[in-house]
Design a protein around this ligand. Structure first.
Ligand SMILES: Nc1nc2c(ncn2[C@@H]2O[C@H](COP(=O)(O)OP(=O)(O)OP(=O)(O)O)[C@@H](O)[C@H]2O)c(=O)[nH]1
Length: 381
C-alpha cells in the first residue's frame, strides 16, 4: 500500500500558496513514546539564531536518553517553541537562561499571521556528511536539506529534525566501505547488505519525541519515503496531513516536467522492463526488507542493473566474490561547479542545474525508487 493512498500529496509550490494551507487540528491525547521498552525523553539544551544565505532560523541541540548523539533541529518561525528549552531549571540565573537561548525572541522575520495556525512543514532528515559537507554527487541529501530549508524559510513555518543517522544509521566508516562497494558496481542497497547491515536501519522515536517537545502533532512532511511516514506515525499521536514530494530539481526540467502529474508509480520508461524488476519492497516493523533478487516468475533484475549502469547482476551474496572482481569505476563528474568562480556556499552548491545525462546521484535516486519503494516518478534520460 502506498503512503499516498492515504495522505494528500502537495506540490511544493501549492504548499506555498496560502489557499492550500490546512489549519491545525486540535491536539489529541498523548501516549508516551517507547523505544526498546524505554520511554523516550529528549531535552533541548540550547537554541541559537543562525543567519544563512536563505534567511535566519534557530538551531536547537537536543540530548536524549536513548543514544549519546546530539540530534539537531532547525526551527523556521518564531512561533515554534521547545517545552524543554523554556522550562524553568532549578537555581538558574537569568543570564544562564539567556545563554541557553531560553525565552529569547529575535523577531527573525515578519510572520504572516495566518501561518500561525497552519500545519508546519517538517523534514525528518538523516545526516549525510558526504552529501552535505563534502558535496558528494552520489546522493541527493545535500539538495534535499537545502530545498527543505528554502521552502521553510519562505513559509516561515517549519522544522528540520536533523538526526545523526549517518549512512542510514550505519555510520560514516561503514558508509565509506559501502561507497567502495558502489565503485565495484553495487548499488546503495546491495552495498549495505554485503556489509551485513540492513538496507535501512533507521527508526524515528527520537524524532517523535522532538515533535512532542515542539508541541507539533500534525505535520506536512517533506519526503518520498513511505517507510519514514509509517514509522513517524507509528504508536504516536503524530498525524501526517500532507506529503510534499522531494523531487530533485534536476529531474524537473522541461523533458521530465510531466512526471509530477502522474500518480505514484513508475512512469513507463522503455529502457526498463518493469515486469522483471518484480516486487520492490516489503516492510516489517523493525526494518525494511527488500525483495529484489528474483521476481516471482524467477527472472532476475538484470535489466535494472543494466539500466543503472551496473555491469553485472550484483546481487547481495558472497562478498569474497565481489572483492575478487576488478572494480568498475563510474566516470567522474566534475561539471557541477564552475571552479573559476568564487566558491559558493553549500546552500547554493546543492541547487543544481538541469542535467542531461544520468549521474551517480540519478542512479542512487533510481535505486531508491525501484528497490526502496520511494515515491519518485522516473524521468526519461
Ligand atoms: N549506507 C548508505 N547510506 C547512504 C548512502 N548515500 C546516502 N546515504 C544516507 O542515506 C540517508 C538518507 O536516506 P535516503 O534514502 O537518501 O532518503 P530518506 O531520508 O530515506 O528519504 P527522503 O525523506 O525521501 O529523503 C542519510 O543518512 C545518508 O547519509 C549510501 O551510499 N550508503
Amino acid at each position: 500500500m502506498s503512503a499516498d493512498s492515504e495522505i494528500h500529496v502537495l506540490k511544493p509550490d501549492s504548499y506555498l500558496n496560502n489557499d492550500n494551507h490546512t489549519e491545525k487540528a486540535s491536539s489529541k491525547e498523548k501516549s508516551p513514546i517507547i523505544y526498546n521498552g524505554k520511554i523516550v525523553q529528549v531535552e533541548c539544551k540550547v537554541r541559537a539564531r543562525i543567519p544563512y544565505p536563505g534567511g535566519q532560523f534557530y538551531l536547537q541541540l537536543y540530548h536524549n536518553n536513548i543514544d549519546s548523539k546530539e540530534h539537531l533541529v532547525y526551527v523556521f518561525g518564531e512561533h515554534i517553541k521547545s517545552k524543554s528549552l523554556n522550562s524553568k531549571k532549578q537555581d538558574e540565573t537569568e543570564i544562564q537562561r539567556k545563554i541557553r537561548g531560553a525565552d529569547i525572541e529575535h523577531n527573525l522575520a515578519p510572520l504572516p499571521s495566518k501561518n500561525q495556525n497552519v500545519i508546519p512543514l517538517v523534514r525528518i532528515h538523516s545526516e549525510c556528511y558526504t552529501g552535505e559537507t563534502v558535496s558528494s554527487t552520489r546522493c541527493d541529501c545535500g539538495y534535499q536539506l537545502a530545498e527543505a530549508m528554502r521552502l521553510m524559510s519562505i513559509a516561515n513555518n517549519g522544522v528540520v529534525i536533523y538526526l545523526r543517522q549517518e549512512g542510514r544509521n550505519i555510520g560514516l566508516m561503514e558508509k565509506l566501505k559501502a561507497y567502495n562497494l558502489q565503485d565495484m558496481g553495487h548499488d546503495t542497497v546491495n552495498a549495505n547488505l554485503l556489509l551485513n547491515h540492513p538496507a535501512d536501519g533507521r527508526s524515528y522515536e527520537i524524532a517523535q519525541a522532538i515533535l512532542d517537545d515542539l508541541e507539533i502533532n500534525e505535520i506536512n512532511i517533506l519526503t518520498n519515503n513511505p517507510d519514514k511516514i509509517e514509522k513517524i506515525t507509528l504508536n504516536s499521536n503524530i498525524t501526517v496531513a500532507n506529503r510534499i514530494p522531494m523531487v530533485p530539481s534536476w529531474w524537473l526540467n522541461k523533458d521530465t516536467a510531466d512526471h509530477m502529474e502522474t500518480p505514484h508509480g513508475l512512469v513507463h520508461n522503455p529502457m526498463i522492463n518493469y515486469d522483471q524488476i518484480g516486487d520492490q519492497v516489503s516492510s516489517s516493523s523493525s526494518s525494511t526488507t527488500f525483495v529484489h533478487e528474483h521476481t516471482s516468475n524467477g527472472t532476475s533484475s538484470k535489466e535494472y542493473n543494466e539500466y543503472l549502469g551496473y555491469e553485472k547482476d550484483n546481487l547481495p551474496g558472497d562478498i569474497n566474490k565481489t572483492l575478487s572482481e576488478p572494480p568498475s569505476l563510474f566516470s567522474s563528474e566534475h561539471n557541477l561547479l564552475d571552479l573559476n568562480k568564487p566558491s559558493s556556499s553549500s546552500y547554493e552548491r546543492h541547487i543544481r542545474p538541469t542535467r542531461p545525462t544520468m549521474t551517480e546521484a540519478d542512479k542512487y535516486l533510481l535505486t531508491k525508487a525501484l528497490k526502496m519503494g520511494h515515491m519518485l516518478d522516473i524521468p526519461k534520460f
